[in-house]
Write a protein that binds this ligand. Structure first.
Ligand code: G3H
Length: 524
């Protein structure tokens, strides 16, 4: 029986979408939104609601609205004083905060995220917005000055890039999407935003806040398939930034549709195959716990998840013994169940996909080492710990993004290093060991293969003040509270030769406060 406070109640049939400052009512086709969580004793997916199935015409309307709000750089928003843009963002975040319970409940139903993790996703996003505001004030304060070199003065700021197409992932439908959208907007860009394929309805309680906090056309929210709405927008060649967290194939397909590749800036967080490397002297208790969290938090549906484990052969047996025991001791249940660690998979086809990976690995010589590994229910497949995994297996090559854990053993450290160098990915690594003589050269090498070396710690994105990026097919540009403001803007400045005419003009501009760009005002 689902506790009353978590019951979904009447399905939410979302009819409104936000374009050009108006919450328009959709009268066309809709797509039903189902949760893989059952609300009845005999298993059946639950209808959570429905969303508009928009098409090309609506997508282009939204693009027009964003272009109109940018107005070739003359729009109210891109030319607004930084202080005023910050005020709009503050209004928005305050309105957002009161929607916490609604959004958290939908996070649980739509993507199966546990209650504590759903609350964390919401709170982390709110904190991200406040931190972004503070960082932007700092950025602006540092720009509130003139500098002079070789007789030329310069007043250098960061300006917006234009219109951003923003697409987020289903595993962090709020946090990661907002970690793109918020810095993009605050820097003066305008945006068209389409929520992820799962975790869509949870955006709808925030539509009114978007509408009432920003000038019209600054944020436009569309619903529908990426293929139907994002592709036509890209084809126009009018997008200045593609901001996407998701898969490199979709990112490549969208980029290829843009006819002016040099106009298009990319802010991408893509897939990864982060390895754990367990050295012979690793502290096994700690390593097992970190690998457990790294591989299975949110069922492994994180781009930062540990997706392959390399264990030195000297400790392989002991590691596997302890690790498999811990995997099988995890609690599976609905997101609101106490102490739950494994939860229903939101993609109906995911258990079958994970099974394919398991079958392929077994055919090629791997075994499932844990008792419960591969056990199925309607919306789950128990994490299978697979060993020995070889490079011809799909589970070695594909980003599983789900509950299955491939293990390889190694004798020579060059083996995992060679694999990482050959991999298409380069986001993070977890390195477990104590001996500084072994660790030092490894850290120096690993830092050149990925972008974050986690020492005796699982891989993760947070804290959000740290750079989040990757090499090769794992990312383009860097995100963090600080870096995202830079990724969504460009350095642009006013320069003038030191002479009476110019100096007098600048003084007048400063005194009259007619320009929002030329200003030495200090935001507190
Ligand atoms: O899906 C990838 C996320 O950026 C992971 O973030 O490490 O905080 O779970 P996280």
């Amino acid at each position: 029986m689902i506790p009353e406070e978590f019951q979904i109640g009447t399905p939410i049939h979302q009819k409104e979408y936000l374009v050009n400052g108006e919450l328009k009512v959709w009268k066309g086709e809709v797509t039903e939104v189902f949760s893989t969580i059952s609300s009845t004793e005999t298993y059946a997916p639950t209808l959570v609601g429905s969303i508009p199935t928009m098409g090309e015409a609506e997508a282009l309307d939204a693009l027009d609205a964003a272009l109109g709000a940018y107005a070739k750089g003359q729009g109210v928003w891109p030319t607004m004083r930084v202080k005023d843009r910050i005020e709009c963002m503050e209004t928005f975040v305050k309105k957002m905060e009161v929607k916490r319970d609604e959004v958290v409940k939908l996070l649980m139903w739509e993507i199966g995220k546990s209650l504590p993790d759903s609350q964390k996703e919401f709170d982390r996003t709110v904190e991200y917005i406040y931190d972004t505001i503070e960082d932007y004030k700092d950025l602006d304060r540092n720009a509130a000055k003139f500098q002079k070199s070789s007789g030329v003065y310069a007043h250098i700021r960061r300006g917006p890039l234009g219109v951003v197409l923003c697409l987020g992932p289903y595993n962090y439908p709020l946090n990661e999407t907002f970690a793109l959208l918020i810095p993009a907007i605050i820097m003066g860009n305008t945006a068209v935003f389409k929520p992820a394929k799962h975790g869509v309805l949870l955006i709808t309680p925030l539509l009114e806040a978007f509408q009432s906090s920003f000038p019209k056309g600054v944020i436009n929210v569309l619903f529908g398939r990426g293929r139907t709405v994002a592709a036509p927008i890209m084809k126009t060649g009018k997008i200045d930034v593609l901001a996407l967290i998701g898969n490199s194939k979709s990112a490549n397909a969208l980029q290829d549709q843009h006819p002016k590749s040099n106009r298009l800036r990319l802010v991408l967080g893509l897939e990864a195959k982060n390895p754990a490397i367990v050295l012979p002297d690793a502290d096994l208790d700690l390593t097992v716990e970190e690998c457990l969290a790294g591989t299975l938090s949110f069922n492994g549906q994180r781009c930062t998840a540990l997706k392959v484990i390399y264990v030195h052969e000297e400790i392989r047996e002991e590691f596997i013994k302890r690790f498999t025991k811990r995997v099988d001791a995890l609690k599976f249940g609905n997101p609101w169940d106490d102490g739950v660690k494994l939860t229903p998979l939101p993609e109906p086809g995911k258990p079958a996909y994970i099974q394919e990976l398991i079958d392929d690995a077994k055919e090629k010589g791997a075994k499932i080492l844990n008792k419960k590994g591969g056990q199925h229910s309607e919306n789950y497949v128990w994490p299978a710990v697979l060993y020995p995994v070889s490079k011809d297996m799909r589970v070695y090559n594909e980003e599983q993004f789900g509950p299955v854990i491939p293990i390889l053993s190694f004798k020579d450290i060059e083996e995992p290093l060679d694999d990482m160098a050959a991999s298409n990915y380069g986001q993070q690594v977890s390195l477990f060991g104590k001996d500084v003589y072994a660790l030092a050269p490894l850290i120096d090498t690993l830092a050149n293969l990925v972008c974050r070396v986690n020492l005796n710690s699982s891989c993760q994105r947070g804290p959000d003040v740290y750079p989040f990026t990757g090499r090769k097919d794992s990312a383009q540009a860097t995100l963090s509270v600080h870096d995202a403001l830079r990724s969504f803007s460009i350095r642009t400045f006013v320069a003038f030769k030191d002479n009476d005419l110019n100096n007098d003009t600048i003084e007048q501009l400063l005194e009259t406060k007619l320009s929002n760009f030329i200003s030495t005002d200090y935001i507190l």
